[in-house]
Design a protein around this ligand. Structure first.
Ligand code: ZN
Length: 515
């Protein structure tokens, strides 16, 4: 009778029985899958650290009583995350019959967090934030994990997938929205830039010999668990970002609203058909759907013909060099250098052409020495293999300050990864990466260092090659970086990057290493 309990729904009544036990009755919930049911039973060392009801929703953070102060940040930020998700989806939290947004910090919780409908459970360190002790990265992580789990209240809970073959319908959306919503709350954190390295590039590097997002070969428990991998989360999120870039954010939001609304009306069980049928036209569905049904991603092979046109074709990127067709329709936007500056361009959501399996030729309006760019805002889920002359021109363009950090970050990632997979000659890739000797931007450095780390892992037995690579990276670091790593950066985004690069400079034994 001394214990407390909370669950997905509010407590209706609580009675002490004759035998001394306590009986607690909860309100009836909407129908939900069993994996989302939760009870949290605790003694006097736990409590609802914070609780408040606004607009018919009761927000609460539960945890150990002596951690009360550390629950404040989660409690403060949660209503804004819920409001952000309601605005993005056009579907209110309460419309499904839910009234609690409970979040509990559980000691010794093995998973990171679990999106139980109305009562999300977290590993203690993921939900709790201590301003005096935790790092900026801890704070950001808390916000992103909360946004991920709360995004599941729509994608996974209000609408649940029909089978684990479609796990990306849960995890791809949650991973994407865990960046989109916080980006609106904390614009100075540059969370979209962080998505590029931490989700998009990480996923493409892993997506060389993996399963398609929609995976028909899932029947057993083990196969279902295997679906919770970097491809399901990262590729799922990255292709949603690509679709959003093609549609524009307003149309993308309209699409999500149409999808959620139709699935809720027909009983809350979702398949990818429901998502693609909710698109405004069938021809878009034809182009989008294969990205979720085919494994891998393309390499776009592009070269200049006689200085007057570009030839574009594509194969699937893999480690075997088999150059198989990707089977995908690839959205291409071409930017060519002329008198207009890239920096002042607003690319909106225009797609210049869709590249299928045939080679396409497009006219090129630039001088013979001018550069061109294909994946203009780094949202296309593919790598670009430029002709060797253009890699040189792009390097000069970077030297002249003509390309912003986000583009530089993706170009260096493409060059180094295509070196690794054998599509680009090492000499060309490393000549291009030579721009790093002048690079000050730590986001570009992070992108390059992630790719170098991956190449290094492939060179474990080739010590000569690895030593040469290390020297290349060390020289560039020593020449380019002027930041003092002993002075702790006070700005959030800059500090996040500083923490990453500070570790890496020691891997390469740079003079900047202070460890
Ligand atoms: Zn999740």
């Amino acid at each position: 009778s001394q214990l407390h309990a909370v669950s997905n729904m509010p407590v209706l009544s609580s009675t002490i029985l004759e035998n001394g036990l306590k009986s607690i009755q909860f309100s009836e919930s909407p129908p939900m899958p069993t994996y989302l049911m939760a009870w949290f039973v605790s003694d006097e060392t736990f409590d609802a650290l914070y609780s408040n009801t606004t607009s018919g929703i009761t927000y609460s953070v539960h945890g150990r009583v002596d951690l009360r102060e550390q629950g404040q940040y989660a409690f403060d930020v949660t209503p804004s995350v819920i409001a952000g998700l309601e605005s993005f989806t056009g579907v209110t939290y309460a419309s499904s019959g839910m009234s609690l947004v409970g979040q509990a910090a559980i000691p010794d919780f093995s998973a990171g967090a679990m999106e139980n409908w109305g009562l999300v459970t977290y590993r203690e360190s993921y939900l709790m934030y201590h301003p005096a002790v935790s790092s900026v990265l801890d704070k950001q992580h808390t916000l992103l994990v909360i946004a991920h789990e709360l995004a599941h209240q729509w994608f996974g809970d209000a609408v649940t997938l029909d089978w684990w073959s479609y796990t990306w319908l849960n995890e791809g959306f949650a991973r994407y929205l865990q960046y989109v919503i916080p980006n609106k709350l904390e614009p100075s954190w540059m969370i979209e830039n962080q998505f590029l390295t931490d989700v998009f590039q990480l996923s493409m590097t892993a997506d060389l010999d993996s399963h398609p997002l929609t995976n028909p070969n899932v029947t057993t428990m083990d196969e279902s668990e295997d679906m919770f991998d970097v491809v399901t989360y990262g590729k799922g999120a990255s292709i949603l970002r690509m679709f959003s870039s093609i549609l524009g954010e307003d149309s993308f939001k309209g699409w999500l609203n149409a999808y959620l609304t139709r699935v809720i009306e027909k009983g809350r069980v979702a398949t990818p058909d429901d998502l693609f049928d909710a698109l405004p036209n069938a021809s878009l569905a034809e182009k989008f759907r294969p990205w979720t049904e085919l494994a891998g991603h393309p390499v776009i092979n592009v070269s200049r013909i006689n200085g007057t046109s570009l030839s574009l074709s594509q194969v699937k990127e893999d480690l075997t060099g088999s150059r198989l067709p990707s089977g995908l329709q690839v959205p291409i936007r071409v930017f060519t250098w002329n008198t207009s500056s890239y920096q002042s361009m607003d690319f909106g959501s225009q797609v210049d052409l869709w590249l299928g399996q045939e080679t396409l030729n497009v006219p090129l309006n630039t001088t013979s020495s001018g550069w061109y760019l294909i994946n203009v805002n780094s949202t296309g889920y593919y790598r670009v293999l430029y002709d060797e002359m253009n890699w040189q021109s792009l390097r000069y363009a970077i030297t002249r300050g003509e390309l912003p950090p986000l583009v530089r970050a993706q170009l260096v990632s493409d060059a180094l990864n295509l070196l690794k997979t054998g599509y680009l000659r090492p000499q060309v890739a490393l000549d291009f990466a030579g721009f790093l000797t002048l690079e000050k931007d730590l986001h570009v450095w992070k992108s390059a260092l992630m790719a170098f780390k991956d190449i290094r892992n492939h060179l474990l037995e080739w010590t000569d090659a690895r030593d040469a690579l290390d020297m290349f990276v060390r020289d560039a670091m020593d020449t380019a970086l002027t930041i003092d790593f002993t002075v702790i950066e006070t700005r959030h985004y800059e500090r996040v990057l500083q923490m990453y690069v500070a570790k890496q400079v020691c891997v390469y034994q740079s003079k900047h290493c202070t460890a």
